[in-house]
Design a protein around this ligand. Structure first.
Ligand code: PMV
Length: 325
């Protein structure tokens, strides 16, 4: 039977960068993220005995490399369900994919939830998060709702994600700024493998537990300044690792830097706004409702040709009946 899932993309506030075990997609440290309430992948999966091979369409196109990655993930699901049937997969994103807005997170979360159900598996949330992790590490965090922690674990079962707080816990404004619509040149997979070559990688790993405690305490007390400072330091650290890895990776564009500086200038005027980035050029700003209009005015008047998506913390992955075929 065909099944459809809708999964949100998420933004990491403590980030996954470097794989401890690339086969199992195990991180060196636990990570924390927030789901977006309006950036989604919707995916329909149907196992069909008439098919000779998997047929995969993403945003209206079929691509051999993407089909291979999807098929590899479906193979894991097939093995669990003890079936050999090939599948038709149709998927669509409501945001530009591969531009650093974590389409692999929402993509593999939706594929996992729809695929597992279509294969007749009845998995608990924890198992689904671990299964999604095998497609893309950050996908594990797109399954539970709201503010989510991916526990690093030491094996497949213990490396899973869980909700720390529901989406409604903290009414933050998240501004996703598209400075560049082109697909990025260096995938996060390449970035992960280069990360460990940075001379700063071990220092970062050593300090991460402390940073996780800091952000957990900021979340618990809803201390926005501490939350913002910590998430910004964390993003700069990930990019410092990328910049100093071999080969070096420069994800930022001139406008990314302009917006970072704008955040700092706004803070001088007591407008509390902090930035983060994934592995891409698009800044993601966090602010509180009282400051959002001022941040929007500053962005629109000072930075040319950008697209701003206003988002908030959102729910996790859901099964729907809005099939795509
Ligand atoms: O899930 P992956 O393997 O695409 O890695 C995600 C990497 C970052 O987005 C940069 C950080 C994160 O934790 O989401």
């Amino acid at each position: 039977m065909k099944q459809t899932a809708q999964a949100p993309s998420n933004i990491a506030i403590i980030k996954y960068w470097g794989k401890k075990n690339s086969k199992l997609d195990l991180p060196f440290s636990s990570t924390i993220s927030i789901n977006y309430n309006n950036l989604f992948t919707q995916t329909t999966v149907e196992f069909n005995p008439k098919l000779q091979k998997d047929a995969v369409t993403i945003d209206g196109k079929s691509n051999a490399q993407e089909t291979k990655r999807v098929s590899t993930h479906l193979d894991i699901i097939r093995k669990l369900a003890k079936i050999k049937t090939k599948a038709k997969v149709v998927s669509k994103n409501n945001f530009p994919k591969s531009s650093g807005l974590a389409s692999s997170a929402s993509g593999f979360a939706a594929l996992t939830a729809a695929g597992a159900k279509a294969a007749g598996l009845n998995l608990k949330e924890k198992q689904l998060t671990a299964l999604a992790r095998l497609g893309s590490g950050s996908a594990s965090r797109s399954i539970p709702s709201g503010f989510v922690k991916w526990e690093k674990g030491t094996n497949h079962q213990t490396s899973y994600a869980r909700s720390l707080y529901p989406a409604s816990y903290w009414n933050l404004d998240i501004l996703v700024i598209i400075v560049n619509n082109n697909a990025k040149k260096t995938s996060s997979t390449q970035g992960h493998s280069a990360a460990v070559s940075s001379p700063f990688f071990n220092i970062r790993t050593k300090n991460l537990d402390k940073k996780i405690k800091k952000i957990e305490s900021a979340l618990k007390s809803k201390n926005f300044k501490l939350f913002g400072q910590t998430l910004e330091t964390e993003a700069l650290e990930l990019h410092a690792i990328a910049l100093t890895s071999i080969p070096p990776i420069i994800y930022w564009e001139p406008k990314s830097i302009q917006i970072m500086k704008l955040c700092h200038a706004l803070r001088q005027k007591d407008i509390d706004v902090y930035f983060t980035f994934d592995a891409g050029p698009q800044p993601v700003l966090f602010c509180q409702q009282k400051d959002t209009p001022k941040v929007m005015v500053a962005l629109k008047s000072q930075v040319k040709d950008i697209q701003i998506i206003k988002s908030k913390p959102g729910e996790g992955t859901t099964i729907t009946s809005n099939h795509l075929f």
